[in-house]
Write a protein that binds this ligand. Structure first.
Ligand code: SAM
Ligand code: SF4
Length: 323
């Protein structure tokens, strides 16, 4: 079967046009909601602020009341709900129920996960809920590279889980399965070998670049890893590039576990919070003077004027169209 990622159609529209186009054609509602059901995590990945514990936001789980409020509002629009945030979504006890509710409301869904907590029953529930797409996150392209950044010996087990989901899905249309990794200085041959290994258990393999800014070197006990990461960090500083046009502010918005609505999915500490769903709708936040001010600043690429944006770089050479 020729599977299509339902989100790809949305990504393509986000990729289109330059800044002027985006300002003139601002959608009436965000096309994508980056949706964090929890910022708790069962991993301590070194490249992630949640993993190293440097995020300042309090941690928690979304309540059913907040979820219902979000659904009530977004079901009126052609929007995709991406279950991805600054934690591990599969830790939320109602995740598969939330997916089912989204399906009943004809909402396209996506899940990004470390995969560690998935079992056969959960996978079946996700298939039944017609989860549109799922991305399994790796770092590196082998067990060693994975262990270095994710600090777990989970590479092989994760491959087996993906294979199981692939088999359970059979010839059903959903979910579209992506294996995503990011690399530092792995050789082209190793990356190719990883692609080969994955190609029969997923629909797409994505390879980006690991940004190592958040790594606290003092937390690394293995001296080999420490010096390697230090070297890569120095090299990355030299290749940082700005986005031509911010891929978030004109098309997406993020909702956090506590109902906070924020302008950017990378807003770990909530510095671009626009309101909370208890008192403000997503639409109000989308059209708020604060959000429009961010758009004005980012349309001129004045990244240094915003606390979060001054440290944001296009280290993936990335466009939504490809991802
Ligand atoms: C913050 S995680 C949250 C979802 C889930 N816990 C996971 O690991 O997939 C979202 C995505 O960001 C990626 N990520 C986190 N820190 C990164 C970094 N410094 N460089 C590149 N990708 C990163 C992860 O690999 C994952 O695909
Ligand atoms: S990358 Fe994902 S799995 Fe790793 S610490 Fe961050 S949130 Fe957890």
């Amino acid at each position: 079967m020729d599977r299509v990622n339902r989100l790809k159609e949305i990504y393509k529209t986000i990729d289109n046009g330059g800044v002027q186009d985006k300002i003139c054609n601002l959608p009436e509602f965000p096309k994508i909601i980056e949706f964090e059901v929890t910022n708790h995590c069962n991993f301590q990945c070194l490249m992630c602020k949640t993993g190293v514990g440097t995020s300042t936001r309090s941690r928690g789980y979304m309540t059913d009341e907040i979820y219902q409020r979000v659904i009530e509002e977004i079901k009126e629009y052609p929007v995709a709900l991406k279950f991805v945030g600054q934690g591990e979504p599969t830790l939320h006890p109602h995740l598969t129920e939330y997916l089912r509710i989204a399906k009943e409301n004809n909402i396209i869904t996506h899940l990004t996960t470390n995969g560690s907590l998935l079992n056969e029953a959960m996978m079946q529930e996700m298939i039944d809920a017609e989860l549109s797409s799922i991305k399994f996150s790796f770092q590196g392209v082998d067990a060693e590279g994975y262990r270095m950044l994710r600090q777990k010996d989970n590479f092989e087990e994760l491959m087996q889980k993906i294979e199981l989901l692939y088999r359970l899905r059979g010839d059903k249309e959903f979910p579209y399965i992506t294996i995503g990794t990011s690399v530092t200085n792995e050789s082209g041959e190793k990356v190719q070998a990883f692609r080969e290994r994955c190609k029969n258990i997923c629909d797409k393999v994505e390879v980006g670049i690991t940004t190592l800014e958040f790594i606290d070197l003092d937390k690394i006990r293995d001296e080999r890893y420490k010096s390697e990461i230090k070297k890569i960090q120095e090299h990355q500083d030299q290749i940082k590039r700005r986005y031509i046009c911010c891929p978030q502010i004109f098309d997406t918005i993020a909702v956090r576990w506590n109902g906070d609505i924020t302008a950017c999915c990378a807003d770990q500490d909530g510095v671009m919070t626009l309101g909370n769903i208890a008192t403000k709708s997503i639409l109000e936040c989308w059209n708020s003077p604060q959000e429009n001010k961010y758009r004005e600043i980012l349309s001129k690429c004045e990244y240094d004027k915003l606390e979060l944006c001054k440290d944001c770089y296009d280290v993936y050479g990335w466009t939504y169209g490809d991802n």
